[in-house]
Design a protein around this ligand. Structure first.
Ligand code: F6P
Length: 374
């Protein structure tokens, strides 16, 4: 008999509930108890935020977005901002309190579902002696140690559907539509959705872009009788010699910058340089919402069931990962080492270039024979 606590941390991603569903069902089969900790570690700080999870609690949730436990991307227990009596904010380490509660409540294992930030916290608890298993979540797909994170496929589908819709309005008005997508410092969402959604230009954080190349591509479109263009820009992309546009740190206790604004910047440059009617939109949190795709559901269910098999096998301090279609344990320390970037030699990048998509670094001149308007 094991007593497990499960938490969801960081930005939500479609598939979180499917992991919880799989954990509860797998544990039920083994006769184990599972408790959900609300909003990351809140349940391990305050028992009122802890919920015993039964089959009834998770009925049908594998198909729903969000997380029934709630999530947060602020308030790292190792550096938590707390207001003192004088009203000043102090950074305190409350990890010992969480460790004590974990032991006092008789938990045997913590299954932490999260992205790099949450998995780093899980790793630090593992070093303190907490038996931890990580499950890789993020729409950004930027965890190095797993072939895929769940949530990514759904985000790409949402972005692709948006691009499909933008084509008709862009075409009707002979406009350039610039679409900013999420992904932080990695261009996975931009690349996958841009290729699948017929973008003319895709700007990635991995390739500092040159506005001359971007404008050249849009102008070249006109040589083919195409008077509109779709530009997909990753929120973490930046112009050559420029820096990533952001909105500061946002809420108290948050460790990462809030990215955003590059789409509007690119749109303004296009308007100014080639006098083309241009609009921009930010897809934002739409990419995190909604029901997980079949791919994400299945991946999340597999991660959840594999995490429980790891508990059975006594493999702690590891994250469950997808590797060449199998579920494998990877040490948490390796899982958080670095962020996965788009490989610029991969066939997806080659595909984009081969089918004429400009990736912002250059825009190859069209052959004369291809120029329909001359
Ligand atoms: O990491 C997931 C993610 O959606 C990023 O793509 C994005 O930059 C960030 O979270 C947004 O965070 P928030 O919801 O706090 O604005």
């Amino acid at each position: 008999m094991q007593k497990i606590v499960i938490s969801t941390g960081g930005g939500d991603a479609p598939g979180l509930n499917a992991v919880i569903y799989a954990v509860i069902h797998s544990c039920y089969r083994l006769g184990w108890e599972v408790y959900g900790s609300r909003s990351g570690y809140k349940g391990l700080l305050n028992p009122e935020e802890l919920q015993r999870l039964t089959l009834k609690d998770v009925e049908g949730i594998y198909a729903t977005g969000g997380t029934i436990l709630g999530s947060t991307n602020k308030g790292n227990p190792f550096s938590m901002p707390v207001e003192n009596l004088a009203g000043e904010i102090q950074i305190v380490d409350i990890s010992d309190k969480i460790m004590n509660n974990f032991q006092r409540m008789g938990f045997d294992c913590h299954i932490a579902i999260g992205g790099d930030g949450s998995l780093e916290i899980a790793h630090r608890f593992s070093l303190k002696g907490m038996p931890v298993i990580g499950v890789p979540k993020t729409i950004d797909n930027d965890l190095e140690a797993t072939d895929r994170t769940f949530g990514f496929d759904t985000a790409v589908s949402t972005a692709t559907e948006a691009l499909d819709k933008l084509h008709s309005t862009a075409k009707s008005h002979d406009r350039v539509m610039v679409v900013e997508v999420m992904g932080r410092d990695s261009g996975w969402i931009a690349l996958y959705s841009g290729i699948s959604g017929g973008a003319d230009v895709i700007l990635l954080p991995e390739i500092p872009f040159d506005m001359d190349a971007v404008c050249q591509k849009i102008t070249n479109n006109e040589l083919h009788g195409k008077d509109y263009a779709i530009v997909v820009v990753a929120e973490g992309a930046s112009a050559k010699g420029g820096s990533v546009i952001n909105k500061g740190k946002g809420e108290l206790g948050r460790s990462e910058l809030v990215l955003g604004g590059v789409g509007e910047w690119v749109a303004a440059e296009i308007r100014q340089r080639i006098n083309k009617d241009t609009r921009s939109l930010v897809l934002g949190h739409l990419q995190r919402g909604g029901s997980p795709t079949t791919f994400d559901r299945l991946l999340a269910l597999r991660f959840g069931a594999a995490a429980v098999r790891m508990v059975e096998a006594g493999i702690f301090g590891h994250m469950v990962a997808l590797s060449a279609s199998s579920m494998v344990p990877v040490p948490l320390v390796d899982a958080i080492k670095s962020r996965k970037k788009v490989d610029l030699t991969s066939d997806k990048v080659l595909t984009a270039r081969d089918i004429g998509i400009c990736l912002g670094d250059y825009c190859s001149e069209l052959k004369k024979s291809e120029r329909t308007s001359e």
